[in-house]
Ligand binder design. Structure first.
Ligand SMILES: Cc1cc2nc3c(=O)[nH]c(=O)nc-3n(C[C@H](O)[C@H](O)[C@H](O)COP(=O)(O)O)c2cc1C
Length: 192
């Protein structure tokens, strides 16, 4: 496989987003592992609330194309009311099977408080719903406002390593798709 493309979607509109800061670290690790990387920042796309009856706006077409063409996508959302943000969900509503089928997906969530599990679970379920291949490894950051310095650098080495691992795994498993399974089946058959 040529150098894979790994994109990260940040589902926070906040200028000082901790989710965005964490995703930058995951992408940095992905780039170090040989990927071409891009951060997709919801603030930069003029995305109306998804309306199935409306024509897809140009910004959504661009976002959909970028996600469709990526080999792996890292999705990041802040924890909002125990789930993901509306900004994240809005992108997700625009992006369905065409964008996620056979795509490797990594998950990351940042919480102001102590609990991020339900957010990651909700993201995992909705991505499975459009047949993305969600990595078992995931990143949850609790008390996020205490975990970064003013430059977005991690203050916690273990969290930094966990986040970088997400980026590395996005590269390592970027080409996971049915062809891989078929090859494994052929190999297993050859051993019979
Ligand atoms: C509308 C809203 C709802 C929130 N709900 C929760 C919550 O249920 N649990 C929690 O731990 N933090 C909650 N928070 C705090 C955010 O998860 C926290 O500030 C997070 O780091 C924001 O991510 P960001 O910096 O990328 O925007 C909420 C924040 C907002 C604005």
């Amino acid at each position: 496989m040529d150098a894979p493309t790994v994109v990260a979607l940040c589902g926070s509109m906040r200028d000082e987003s901790k989710t965005r800061a964490a995703l930058e670290h995951a992408l940095d690790a992905a780039a170090e592992a040989g990927a071409g990387t891009e951060l997709l920042d919801v603030r930069e796309y003029d995305l109306p609330v998804f309306d199935p009856d409306a024509e897809t706006p140009p910004a959504a077409e661009e976002l959909k194309r970028t996600i469709r063409e990526a080999d792996a996508v890292i999705l990041g959302s802040p924890v909002y009311h125990g789930s993901y943000s509306a900004a994240f969900r809005n992108v997700h509503d625009y992006c369905s099977f065409d964008e996620f089928e056979d795509t490797t997906v990594g998950l990351l969530a940042t919480a102001g408080g102590g609990s991020y599990a339900s957010t990651l679970d909700h993201m995992r379920i909705t991505v499975r719903g459009v047949h993305g291949w969600v990595l078992p490894h995931q990143v949850g950051i609790r008390n996020a406002s205490d975990k970064f310095d003013e430059d977005g650098e991690f203050l916690d080495d273990a969290l930094e390593e966990r986040t970088r691992k997400l980026g590395r795994q996005a590269v390592e498993y970027a080409d996971i798709e049915p062809a891989v399974t078929d090859a494994a089946v052929d190999e297993a058959a050859a051993d019979d």
